[in-house]
Write a protein that binds this ligand. Structure first.
Ligand SMILES: C[S@@+](CC[C@H](N)C(=O)[O-])C[C@H]1O[C@@H](n2cnc3c(N)ncnc32)[C@H](O)[C@@H]1O
Length: 470
């Protein structure tokens, strides 16, 4: 370790920034956000520092004295960002002589301390340093850390701070660590991260009063939408929840690479329908969720697309609530959005459609029982989920109710995955075209003039061996 990481308390401490340009302003901003009492000195100013930082006029001075005199005015820290090599070197030399920590921008050789790339979430601050080797690498690492952290981490830190004293008063020190781990990793922490502060406070008071640090953890279920298959379409929230899972239930709609993002040592249970594998009924899936949650585990039920769009998420929430199990739902990109984007079909292109309707193409007894008159209205797009096996009926019904035989249709198979195929056809040709195509994965049908607005397949971001039939 070349540099020792430490966090300085600069609140109301006098800090000097040398320089009158952008870089000096950036550094001054940073120090100001830590509460420093700033003085800026520069031979010349490109920027109005008084305005930009809300400083008093006597905090922004013309550097007319020599650097030794400048730094020896009671400063605890100096940053030189003048960009003028001779001046930066003289300031660094003067600060060293006076034993004041000094940082010179882009001159690690002159620094006695370096500034890390910072993740700032209130009380939670993370500094990333490459010891001056690559500030760009440090920024890339910061971006990854930012993405991995929950958005309301700051609230969680503030929440725990607000209860520190009461926990200290109530629990012995050997109980406290375990207690806090359960709070942060359990439903209370999750409630804070979900913005449900009132509930979290109520539960926290109960936990402290009942000395809940000694009782077993409370299990819960997260029903998580994972999107149509491309793992890059996972939401940050889905990622955070998957990383926190004790048990993961997944089915065959879950994109093959999505599971790579889940916590490695979580128990993984396949519950999906597949001809080759034994599959579980919905009742069995419910029982699994309930039993694992009742054993105090965080169960993450992964769903393709969005759990509340043809995903039976609502039924699962009902059943869990009836069993008094905490449940949270994380939305996902639904197949219609994913497939539309990846096959470049703008679902509500203004020249072609005023609305879009998502319908199931599969009824309880096979054939869909739909309001065909409403669906056949002009200037709308219809997206059929689970519809390919009923392509013939769907096409016939729509034509019977007034849609033209030449209405364009797209069938997107394995949407957003590398294996995506997009078949374009018309209502007249759809049954034959579907029969002639190998449908080897989930498929979505998009019906309406918007299909003709599909841009060239060679512009698609996903490889798409489209077989165009028009
Ligand atoms: C039970 S529904 C689940 C829908 C899911 N909850 C959603 O929001 O996308 C399954 C149907 O979604 C569609 N689907 C899901 N993923 C797909 C994909 N990657 N490509 C094409 N269609 C997909 C297919 O119509 C499939 O039969």
């Amino acid at each position: 370790m070349k540099y020792f990481p430490a966090f300085l308390n600069l609140d109301s401490r006098r800090c000097l920034v040398i320089g009158g340009g952008e870089m000096a302003l950036k550094k001054a901003h940073l120090l100001k956000s830590a509460g420093a009492d700033l003085t800026i000195m520069a031979p010349d100013y490109e920027i109005d520092f008084v305005d930009a930082l809300g400083l008093a006029a006597d905090q922004v001075l013309k550097l007319s004295v020599d650097p030794d005199e400048a730094v020896s005015q009671g400063f605890v820290l100096v940053v030189s960002a003048s960009g003028v090599a001779a001046l930066d070197e003289a300031v660094a030399e003067a600060a060293r002589r006076a034993n004041i920590p000094v940082n010179v921008v882009d001159r690690t050789d002159l620094c006695t301390f370096i500034m890390p790339s910072i993740v700032d979430r209130g009380d939670v601050v993370i500094g990333i340093s490459t010891s001056g080797a690559s500030p760009v690498l440090a920024r890339r690492i910061r971006a990854k850390i930012e993405a991995a952290l929950p958005a309301r981490l700051e609230s969680l830190a503030a929440f725990t701070r607000s209860f520190r004293e009461s926990v200290k008063a109530k629990l012995k020190w050997e109980q406290r660590r375990d207690f806090w781990e359960r709070v942060i990793d359990g439903p209370i922490g999750q409630a804070v991260l979900n913005g449900n502060d009132a509930q979290a406070r109520e539960d926290m008071l109960t936990a402290i009063n009942q000395n809940a640090g000694m009782s077993g953890p409370r299990g819960r279920v997260s029903i998580v939408g994972t999107g149509p298959g491309d793992p890059d379409l996972l939401t940050l929230k889905a990622l955070h929840v998957m990383q926190d899972a004790d048990v993961i239930l997944y089915d065959k709609l879950i994109g093959p690479k999505v599971l790579d993002y889940a916590r490695r040592d979580a128990i993984r249970i396949f519950v999906g329908k597949s001809r080759a594998c034994h599959f579980k009924t919905q009742d069995e899936i419910n029982d699994l969720m309930i039993s694992h949650a009742q054993a105090g585990r965080h169960v993450v039920r992964l769903k393709g697309g969005d759990p509340f769009i043809f995903g039976r998420g609502g039924e699962e929430v009902d059943i869990l609530r009836r069993r008094h199990i905490d449940v949270a739902v994380v939305p996902g990109v639904t197949a219609a959005s994913g497939c539309a984007a990846s096959s470049e079909i703008p679902l509500t292109h203004r020249d072609h459609a005023k609305s879009v309707t998502f319908v199931t193409g599969h009824g309880r007894d096979g054939e869909p029982d739909l309001d065909w008159t409403a669906l056949a209205a002009q200037e709308q797009t219809i997206v059929f989920y689970m519809g390919v096996s009923n392509a013939q009926t769907i096409s016939r019904r729509l034509v019977e109710h007034g849609l033209s035989m030449s209405t364009p249709v797209a069938v997107v198979v394995n949407g957003t995955l590398d294996s995506q195929k997009t078949l374009t056809s018309t209502l007249a040709n759809l049954p034959d075209d579907v029969a002639a195509t190998e449908i080897d994965g989930p498929a979505l049908m998009i019906v309406g003039d918007v299909v003709s607005a599909r841009t060239a397949s060679d512009l698609n971001i996903y490889p798409d061996s489209a077989r165009r039939i028009a």
